[in-house]
Design a protein around this ligand. Structure first.
Ligand code: SF4
Length: 1438
């Protein structure tokens, strides 16, 4: 059931591949799939295996795509823009050209046309393959857009074409791009063949467009097939894709097809779902003892295990793993670093003591060390006995939700809701329904049904309360779905319903309040509460009475009494906030208990099952409820229950069987959940563990909660986001502690006295960060626990989040720690705050704790703004007006007067410099002046400045000029003060430092008329200590004060009632706005932009959208006016509709040498002109299009002389490596050191390479003690730690050498910059972190810090990534940027080893062994033939 047969086109004389096969490869990431698809067609020719099966759900998805395409065609047809071809009959390009010559239109879309694919003979022969090594079937682009050119007589002289495919998908995927790229290559080849065979008289010019286009429905279309116009986000650069695609098609595919199938690497995994060959591969996986016997093992984890464990010859993969576990102290296991071993332990759920254990008779062994391996090998269900926070140990009521989404319409087609009271096993509620004719409103039926159940639960809770008369309620309810897709569908249905009507229905509100805590609710007007008020907000005794009253109103509502003295009011407020019953019930771990548990995830965490690939709900049931099910039975039951139900729905929606199956789905979940709990109980009993050690959480108290402390919708969203950030951060911390990742293991060596101890690290040194200072307020950001205790998991991060080390004494089994440094023996010195009994001899674990001083500041600011907005709705605070886009905020008060005065000042300085000459520091030049005049003309301005374009100078001079304009206006000083702020101290200090130097310049001008103002100007950086923060009223009349946003908050708080900041400041400058969130920006904006003269104040936000965005843990909806990104993005977005009325760009570069400047500018310019772009897809697309088009001026791309390409050499000497033929040194260079399989070894080698580079600088005479000389940029903290230690050991930790992560060096610069990306050499690590590595803003910041020389230390893998990197605009843009760097850089292969010897080692890259049969990666072409790739890159001029 659930399968249908479709016919395929008649094959040519041998096997071939279709565009769909190529796309499928990029969905399943499997070479075997390509091989089998190709081979299947050979059988068909011989009369065997003549059909191709398509799953009913896939078929529905296919139908959805067709419907979407039809709608688009119909729309274009209505506009007379469609030309229809003959449909399934192939045409030649000659026929197509004749048609184009005959058609009178100049622009239209050809549809229903298909062509026979070319042989690509030249491409194959060029790479050493015979013609026919790979053949392709017919291909049929959805749309061929044609623009026709005619001569003066109206005769067609040429045309340009573009390929467009319609995809009913939510986003553009790499599989779509590969398909379009394939059509593009095919048509270019066919047109080329036509041109060569055509007589001159018939010739016309045929130009391919560089853009490929995927028409997907607009993102706000709730029902894809109802949308009319495509989203505009589907364009991508084809020249950018071309080298990766050609390498894939003409190198990797023929290589795969040339092997016997037994030599083709593959891995049976969850991505196999939907593949035609599932049953075959599942069977082979079991038979051959492959790693795919471990269910849900991802492809990158498979690569990792293959790398570290497999390959000892003659053994199956599982046997190899078995050897690794037992003989970890020898063989391949010996080479594993502790981090890699920790990963093995996590993947196999190894019990302590497995590593290095010398046993044993493998055959007799029970593999007790690893439940995962034992289950896969012995085909048994094994308890993992590891802590699971998302499955409750107990619940009063379990609710089982089953949701079926129609893949053709994306609408709910059937649901089942079953609620069971576990005290009596009685069914409280049961409802199974199928959509009839009313499919569009069926979601409402579901929501109303769910709301009815919620009402029943609320009544039951009330009844319980009444009966027991308890202060705390007693109804613990757990909702379940089976798969995470159903959880997503649930959120989608509720959010869709909440946003489809102006007023959200009560039923929807109830459901959202009871079930959702996902960030998608940010789109709705209903926001469930995440954290209790007590955590959200702490009552501070130091608060003044008006403040206490304000918070009483916020938390107590309009009827709360405000009568009484301060103590009374405080006690009342404390009572209200502590009154929440949730606070007394939930521990730190409890907060991680989801409202809706995903049962399949719980099963995976709690038990190991002998099911290859992944398991369905039936398999869970079979193994948990019917013990004795065999692995081979699992293999044959991969059919999805929903596919059966969908088939019934399509044939007979009223079928009784369908309703029965719906109920069965929910009941199966109930049975699985019960059996799961039972299996934990019995495993705990037999192992003597308490059940709490595995299932510490119980179901949540049932509550329907909303945030109602904040009334304004946008402010409410910001408040919700602040909470969501904490929750997400907490979740990832607990997960890493649970899975033992990012932990450092240590043994106590000695006690130095006081709080200082020395430890010997045994693993995880890469996670140690030496504290920058040892101030009394050091955060003590690590949690130190005894290795044999579970205190790390019990630790309540939230309760201690805002407490610094000196106020923590530690607790049962735990303390807090600060890393003080390393000693000469490689041991680590740590300051510890812990009870004495914790600090006994033995083993310890160090993990990061959540340190958060700032969320409360954000929340207080948002609450204050909301309170004031409600109090005076007629004139709300400036920030609220900004949030709502009030038009009046842009009206300048004194623009004309100021601009006229500025004209005079500019003339004065120009004349001054004409007389004295020298550096014209006080003169605005070019775009800087335009930006400043724009600042004068507006109250809110955005200054956009790429790296090196004088943004800091412009802001500093603008601040000085604003003061000067005021200072010259009257004889007695009229106060004019400016607050300068940013997220980091670094940025604030740089700006204030620049301003101080400009002030010196202006003070040095003799006999300046009306220059008295200069004597009253002060610049200062606000002290970090609250007690030293000055009263703003005491500042000189003209002052520029710099402070981070957090400093501004403390300062404002300190003087809120005595001397508000807003009364003393006239303007606010926010620098590095791309790094500051909107809610963070609320702090300085609300602090300054207030008061009676608010309409005379100016707000300037500066930044660069292509630099790093704020680090947000949660994933937020992209709509909502970019409220959930940076303040710069938000402003750019707000102003986008006003076509740049607020934004000005700086377009001249002042910092970098030409080579660096030219490279960087490619990101920001299109056609040689700076273009305003926003971050994310749009900017990245622009970057990749612009980079690609810079190198392909004509079509098709011509081959430039190969001598232009940078050579690859081998050398150990830095000077030799960087010296170019004219004797000067390279400004842009890439050094390619050795690649290692283990990330620890790779990082060590990278750190040694950095030491060697710095020694090279020393030899060249560089003064490493001069501040600002060298910057070493490390994307990962682990790299920073490794490089820092290596420099220390080499005596190179000098004053002028700064080593830091990209986030922390943003805004900084140095003469010589080393950018470390050598971690890309570790294949499994690289392939699992592509999104981090190919992150355009991070790369842009890292590569644009240098004033003189930028050295990129990396491996070939970074430059030749898997084709998947071209799949998203951001990664594609990053790769384009890297290739731009390659284009201008001096590329050198560098030696491995000690990097100091004269011996030259050839680099043994992993690629060299890729073609070596079993060693080959199972997926992801692209790291194969480097020469072919270089050729292809040369073809596009890179
Ligand atoms: S089932 Fe999986 S491993 Fe087998 S061919 Fe398909 S994608 Fe490849």
């Amino acid at each position: 059931m659930g399968e249908e047969t479709i016919s395929i086109a008649a094959p040519p004389s041998k096997g071939y591949l279709t565009a769909t096969d190529l796309a499928r490869f990029h969905v399943h990431l499997c070479k075997k799939l390509l091989w089998l698809s190709h081979d299947q067609r050979k059988w068909k020719e011989q009369g065997a295996g003549a059909t191709q099966q398509m799953n009913v759900l896939d078929r529905a998805r296919f139908a959805k795509g067709n419907k979407w395409e039809e709608r688009l065609q119909k729309r274009l047809e209505g506009k007379g823009l469609i030309w229809r071809g003959p449909g399934s009959r192939h045409i030649s390009v000659g026929e197509l050209i004749q048609m184009i010559k005959r058609d009178p239109r100049s622009h239209y879309y050809a549809v229903d046309i298909s062509f026979a694919a070319p042989s690509f003979a030249t491409h194959l022969e060029m790479r050493g393959w015979p013609v026919g090594a790979v053949a392709f079937g017919t291909f049929k682009p959805d749309f061929l857009e044609v623009w026709v050119e005619r001569d003066a007589n109206g005769v067609v002289s040429g045309f340009k074409w573009r390929i467009i495919d319609a995809k009913a998908s939510k986003k553009v995927k790499i599989s779509h791009q590969v398909q379009i790229g394939f059509y593009w290559l095919c048509l270019m080849e066919l047109f080329q063949e036509w041109s060569e065979a055509t007589a001159e008289s018939d010739f016309i010019a045929i130009t391919p467009d560089d853009i490929g286009s995927v028409w997907i429905p607009p993102s706000d279309a709730t029902v894809i097939t109802a949308a009319e116009t495509p989203s505009l986000t589907g364009e991508f650069s084809l020249p950018m894709l071309r080298p990766l695609l050609e390498n894939f098609l003409f190198e990797e595919v023929p290589r795969t097809l040339s092997k016997p199938v037994t030599k083709v690497p593959w891995h049976f995994n969850p991505l196999c779902r939907g593949c035609d060959f599932v049953n075959r591969c599942a069977g082979e996986t079991v038979k051959e003892g492959r790693l795919g016997n471990i269910p849900n093992l991802s492809i990158s984890d498979h690569t990792f295990l293959k790398d570290v464990a497999v390959g000892s010859g003659g053994l199956t993969d599982l046997e190899d793993l078995h050897r690794l576990v037992h003989f970890g102290g020898s063989g391949r296991g010996r080479d594993l670093g502790p981090g890699s071993w920790a990963k093995v332990s996590r993947l196999l759920n190894l019990q302590r003591g497995g590593h290095g254990k010398e046993t044993i008779d493998l055959d007799a062994c029970g593999i007790h060390e690893s439940s995962v391996l034992r289950s896969a090998t012995k085909h048994t269900v094994e308890p993992n006995l590891r802590r699971c926070l998302v499955f409750p140990q107990e619940e009063d009521v379990g609710v089982y939700l089953s949701l079926g989404m129609d893949p053709e319409t994306d609408l709910l087609f059937a649901y089942s809701i079953v609620g069971v009271d576990h005290s009596t096993d009685a069914t409280l509620y049961s409802d199974q329904r199928v959509a009839g004719s009313e499919t569009e409103t069926f979601a409402v039926t579901f929501i109303e049904s769910l709301a009815s159940l919620i009402q029943i639960l609320l009544s039951k809770k009330d009844a319980n309360l009444e009966a027991s008369n308890q202060a705390i309620s007693a109804l613990r309810v757990q909702f379940y779905v089976y798969a995470s897709a159903e959880q997503t569908a649930l959120a989608q249905i509720l959010v869709g319903e909440a946003t489809s009507q102006p007023e959200c229905s009560e039923a929807t509100k109830l459901c959202i309040g009871a079930l959702l805590n996902h960030s998608s609710v940010l789109l709705t007007t209903v926001h469930p509460e995440l954290l209790s008020s007590k955590v959200l907000f702490r009552v501070q005794k130091a608060a003044l009475v008006p403040e206490v009253k304000r918070y009483l109103r916020i938390f107590g509502g309009p009827d709360v009494s405000l009568v009484g003295n301060k103590e009374t009011l405080l006690a009342r407020l404390e009572g209200i906030i502590n009154g929440s019953p949730k606070v007394t019930q939930e521990t730190g771990l409890m907060r991680l208990m989801p409202k809706v548990a995903v049962l399949s995830d719980c099963v995976q965490w709690i038990i190991s099952m002998p099911v290859p690939g992944w398991y369905t709900i039936e398999e869970c049931f079979a193994h948990l409820v019917s013990p004795g099910t065999t692995a081979s039975q699992s293999v044959s039951s991969k059919q999805d229950m929903w596919a059966d139900m969908y088939t019934l729905f399509k044939s007979d929606p009223s079928s009784a069987e369908l309703k029965f199956l719906l109920g069965k789905h929910s009941r199966t979940m109930q049975a699985v959940s019960k059996a799961l709990r039972h299996s934990v109980e019995s495993a705990c009993q037999s192992s003597g563990k308490p059940i709490e050690s595995v299932l510490p959480n119980v179901a949540r108290e049932f509550e329907v909660l909303f945030i109602d402390v904040c009334r304004d919708l946008e402010l409410r969203r910001l408040l919700f986001m602040c909470q969501y950030e904490i929750m997400t951060q907490l979740e990832s911390l607990i997960k890493s502690r649970l899975s033992n990742t990012h932990n450092t293991h240590l043994t106590l060596h000695s006690h130095l006295g006081g709080s200082e101890y020395v430890f010997t690290p045994t693993s995880g040194t890469e996670y140690l960060d030496v504290a920058p200072s040892s101030s009394a307020w050091a955060p003590y950001g690590y949690l130190l626990t005894r290795a044999d205790s579970e205190a790390a998991l019990e630790f309540d991060d939230l309760a201690w989040a805002g407490v610094v080390g000196l106020r923590i004494g530690g607790g049962d089994g735990w303390g807090v720690a600060e890393v003080a440094g390393w000693d000469d023996a490689g041991r680590v010195k740590i300051k510890v705050r812990a009870p004495r009994n914790v600090m006994r001899d033995g083993a310890f674990v160090l993990s990061r704790r959540m340190v958060d001083f700032n969320t409360l500041k954000l929340i207080k600011t948002i609450l204050t703004i909301d309170h004031d907005t409600q109090e005076s709705p007629e004139s709300p605070p400036f920030f609220t007006r900004l949030l709502h886009g009030s038009p009046d905020i842009d009206l300048p008060l004194s623009a004309q007067k100021d601009q006229a005065a500025e004209e005079r000042l500019q003339r004065f300085y120009r004349e001054y410099y004409t007389l004295v000459g020298g550096e014209k520091a006080l003169l605005f030049v070019g775009s800087q002046r335009k930006a400043f005049r724009a600042v004068l003309g507006r109250r809110v301005s955005v200054v956009w400045g790429p790296p090196g374009h004088g943004k800091t100078h412009t802001l500093a001079l603008s601040a000085l000029r604003l003061i000067e304009l005021t200072g010259r206006r009257s004889d007695s000083p009229q106060p004019f003060r400016i607050l300068v702020t940013a997220s980091t101290n670094n940025a604030v200090e740089t700006l204030i430092g620049k301003l101080a130097s400009l002030l010196q310049h202006v003070k040095s001008i003799d006999n300046m008329q009306r220059g008295e103002w200069r004597d009253h100007v002060a610049t200062l950086i606000l002290s970090k200590e609250k007690s030293k923060m000055p009263d703003p009223a005491t500042l000189p009349p003209y002052a520029v004060v710099g402070a981070t946003v957090w400093g501004v908050h403390t300062w404002r708080d300190k003087y809120a009632h005595k001397s508000p900041i807003s009364s003393h400041f006239s303007s606010l400058i926010i620098d590095e706005g791309s790094q500051m969130t909107v809610s963070e920006a609320a702090i300085p904006i609300d602090a300054v932009m207030r008061g009676p003269d608010v309409d005379a104040k100016r707000l300037i936000v500066a930044g660069d959208h292509l630099q790093l965005a704020p680090v947000l843990q949660g994933a937020y909806p992209v709509s909502s006016g970019r409220l959930f990104g940076s303040v710069l993005e938000w402003f750019v977005d707000v102003t986008a509709s006003e076509a740049g009325t607020r934004m000005d760009m700086l377009t001249e570069n002042f910092r970098m040498v030409t080579e660096l400047c030219t490279f960087t500018n490619k990101l920001y310019k299109k056609g040689g002109v700076f273009i305003p772009m926003r971050a994310g897809g749009e900017a990245a697309t622009g970057a990749s299009l612009s980079t690609a088009s810079d190198h392909s001026d004509s079509h098709p791309p011509s081959l430039p002389p190969t001598t232009d390409a940078p050579p690859l050499l081998t050398t150990t000497s830095l000077d030799t490596a960087l010296t170019i033929p004219d004797g000067s040194h390279a400004r842009n260079a890439i050094l390619l050191p050795h690649a290692f399989a283990s990330i620890e070894l790779q990082l060590e080698a990278e750190a040694r390479a950095v030491v060697h580079i710095l020694r090279g600088f020393l030899t060249r005479g560089v003064d490493l003690n001069q501040p600002g000389t060298v910057m070493v940029v490390t994307p990962h903290r682990a790299q920073r730690s490794a490089v820092g230690r290596a420099l220390l050991a080499a005596g190179l930790a000098c004053e002028g050498v700064k080593v830091d992560t990209v986030e922390r060096i943003q805004g900084g610069e140095a003469d010589l910059v080393v950018v470390c990306y050598a971690f890309s050499g570790c294949a499994s690590y690289h392939e699992s972190t592509l999104a981090f590595t190919y992150h355009l803003p991070r790369l842009n910041v890292a590569l644009s810090r240098a004033r003189d020389t930028c050295i990129l230390l990396t491996t070939r893998a970074l430059l030749f990534p898997p084709i998947t990197v071209a799949g998203t605009p951001d990664m594609r843009g990053a790769l384009a940027h890297l290739w731009g760097f390659v284009h201008g850089a001096w590329v050198r292969q560098w030696a491995d080893g000690a990097f100091g010897t004269s011996e030259v080692h050839e680099c043994e890259t992993r690629e060299a062994s890729v073609d070596d049969g079993d060693e080959e990666a199972a997926y992801g072409f692209g790291s194969g033939d480097e020469d072919a790739m270089i050729e292809a890159m040369r073809a596009m001029g890179v």
